[in-house]
Design a protein around this ligand. Structure first.
Ligand SMILES: C[S@@+](CC[C@H](N)C(=O)[O-])C[C@H]1O[C@@H](n2cnc3c(N)ncnc32)[C@H](O)[C@@H]1O
Length: 224
């Protein structure tokens, strides 16, 4: 496994069962089975080829009997009673939202959601907050020059995030303060770049957007 998947695995608590949605190569469920995860493991993918790859990974590691393979869209074939952990990693934040939105049963405090958006983390955090999820913790994994955001969430705890925190995550939930500071610096640089590309737009039709980005940049710098 790479560091990103290792960081995801580190958030998994031993329990009743786990589904890895969009498993692709199936490294995560295989690694969990090998490392002694005691519950049932489900690996799902919408495409047949990745699911076949996941089956090969399980076979090669002698853990086929521990994992059930589901060819389906999102959580549609996942048995809610058999699991307590849902992992959705390596997809865009908007796709993760779509998958969660289509499985209303996951709005239940018995499920720990471990989510790793590749893009649009702010869309995912907005959906979580808006739908009554609390964020237990967030962690960042550094791999190949990228910083990956990993969110552990559970239904039933009210939290508030300002706009900058929707993009960056809140420092209160962040496990590694050094990586979090680097993550904030990278985001600030992105916002600064957007502002300089919009130079002169602090008046006129784009003024609202300009002011919004400026406010978020100020908030990110305040957090830093
Ligand atoms: C980039 S891979 C991520 C693999 C793995 N989860 C990881 O983090 O390394 C994305 C996988 O999600 C699958 N996928 C995309 N949309 C999906 C959906 N709606 N339901 C289930 N799987 C999906 C793709 O077929 C692909 O195998």
């Amino acid at each position: 496994m790479n560091r990103r998947l290792e960081a995801i695995a580190a958030l998994v608590r031993n329990g009743k069962g786990l589904v890895d949605v969009g498993t692709d190569h199936g490294y995560l469920p295989a690694a969990l089975a090998i490392s002694g995860y005691g519950g049932r493991l489900y690996a799902s993918d919408i495409n047949e080829a990745p699911l076949m790859a996941a089956k090969r990974t399980a076979e090669a590691n002698g853990v086929s009997n521990r994992i059930s393979f589901l060819l389906c869209d999102g959580l549609s074939l996942c048995p809610p009673e058999e699991i307590d952990t849902i992992v959705i990693a390596g997809m865009g934040g908007d796709l993760i939202v779509k998958i969660l939105d289509e499985a209303e049963w996951c709005l239940d405090a018995r499920y720990q959601l471990i989510l790793q958006p590749m893009t649009k983390a702010e869309v995912l955090r907005y959906w979580l907050v808006y739908n009554g999820f609390g964020i237990d913790c967030e962690t960042l994994a550094e791999d190949g020059g990228h910083l990956y955001q990993i969110i552990s969430a559970r239904f039933g705890k009210e939290i508030r995030l300002n706009d900058a925190e929707l993009f960056a995550g809140s420092r209160f939930f962040s496990a590694d303060k050094d990586l979090y500071a680097r993550h904030l610096r990278r985001l600030s640089a992105r916002f600064e770049h957007a502002l300089s590309a919009m130079k002169g737009r602090d008046e006129g039709p784009r003024a609202g957007l300009y002011r919004e980005i400026s406010t978020q940049l100020t908030e990110l710098e305040r957090q830093l």
